[in-house]
Each structure stands twice: as C-alpha cells, then as structure tokens.
Write a protein that binds this ligand. Sequence first.
Ligand SMILES: [Ca+2]
Ligand SMILES: [Ca+2]
Ligand SMILES: [Ca+2]
Length: 260
Amino acid sequence: MSRLSPTFFSVQARGALVLIAGACVSLGVACGGGSNEGAVKTATAPGGSKDPSRWPADDRSMCDWRNKPELEVAETVGPGALKPNIRRVYKTFGEGEVRHKTLVCREVDTNLDGIKDVVRTFNEKGEALHEEADRDYDGKIDVWLKFVDGRIAQEDVDTNKDGKPDIWKFYVNGQLQRIRRDRNGDGKPDVWEIYSKGRLERVGMDENGDGHVDRWDRDEQLKYEAEAADRKAREPAAEADAGASASASNASSDAGPSKH
Ligand SMILES: [Ca+2]
Ligand SMILES: [Ca+2]
Ligand SMILES: [Ca+2]
C-alpha cells in the first residue's frame, strides 16, 4: 500500500474500508460491497447532498491543515463513493535518520453527503488520540472519544442534541469500567454504573440532584429492605406491623388462629 504517497483520488484505502465498515455496523445500515450506491440511507447534514455533483465546496473539514504547507494532504475515494470522501493529513517529524512522515489526522464523510462527519487525530507514534463524530448526521458533533496509549479511554455521547455530552463512558485497558448518565439534561451525571469485566455490577442513583449517589442499584436496595424487614420481625410485634408484613409469607398463617 502506498500509504504515504499523495495518491489523489485513489480508490484503494484500507483504513477507509475499516472506518466505513465500522460506521455501517454502528449505524445498523447495509453498506455492502460498494456497488450498491444508495444503500446507505442516512440523514443529510445541513448544506450537504446525497448527489455528489451537488456536494458543497466546503466539506466542514475538522483536520487542521489549511494554510499549513508543511503538512501533506491526500484525498481518496472510499467504497461506494464517486468523489473523494476521505482526507488524510500527514506530518513529517524528526530530522535526518529519524525523519519520518506520519498520519496525524483522518476525516471521512461516511454518509456521502459531502460533509465530513468523523475525524480522528493521531500522535507522532501513529496512536489514536482523539475522535469526534456526528453519528446522526445532523451537522453537529455528538460523540467524542479520547485515547490513552492508542486505546479507548473515554467516550462522551450527546443523546439529546444539545451539543453537550450526557453519557460518559470510561475505559481502563480498553475495557468498560464506568458509565455516567445525565437523565435530566442539566449537564451533570445522576446515574453511575460500575462495570466489572465488562458486565454491569451496580448502579448508583442521585434522585435529589445534589450530585451524590443516594441510592444504589435495585438488588442492593431489595437486600437492604429485606434485612430491615427481618430486623423488624424480630422486634416485639406492633399493631402497625401487620400491614407492612402482609406481603411477607409468614404474615397470614399466624395472624388468624391466634387472635380470633
Ligand atoms: Ca457526511
Ligand atoms: Ca449529530
Ligand atoms: Ca446532551
């Protein structure tokens, strides 16, 4: 692969294939082998068009390459596209023997409306740093990814279209550890989910909006209530208890015969 050559309008782009495939999976749309154009049925960002001849001159580039002659820019045509929809920006690092050219930014118009909708940056070692994406193609970024040592560390998602994240996912060694969710749209988390080996272990709820967990998950709560009921059952019986213990299995059997 001539990865580093400025092959303008080249059809071959392995990285693009991977990226496009990823987009197809996450969107649940059929992308096929590239011959079935029109198979991608997605929204069109404002100013964009599904007709390549009407693509805007400004593709809303998110890679910082303009007016930077030291950078090398390559435009390629991805699968299913008739015009270049993938931009790669390369930068040369080092001097002499250690001089090398590296991909520092890649952006793709995944729904082929002429507007770039996902951008990823890379460091000098070629490791992913940051990604931003407009996954619902409304022209606004709704997903932000951060990478540490090239692995996913955090994913922020905007689900209510206010331009700000309301789901924050945290990863350690590439594995999901925590999710914070903002359910009432005040920009602050009120649900905390703790994961272990990728499985949800417990959930904390902030019900009164003070920013602190005041209730842990359902199982936890039921266990606590059962223990409380058990403690109460051991205490001397009070009239008020009859109603509360009615749901308990032993309530009806000893209530009837002894009293009447
Ligand atoms: Ca697009
Ligand atoms: Ca969006
Ligand atoms: Ca939001």
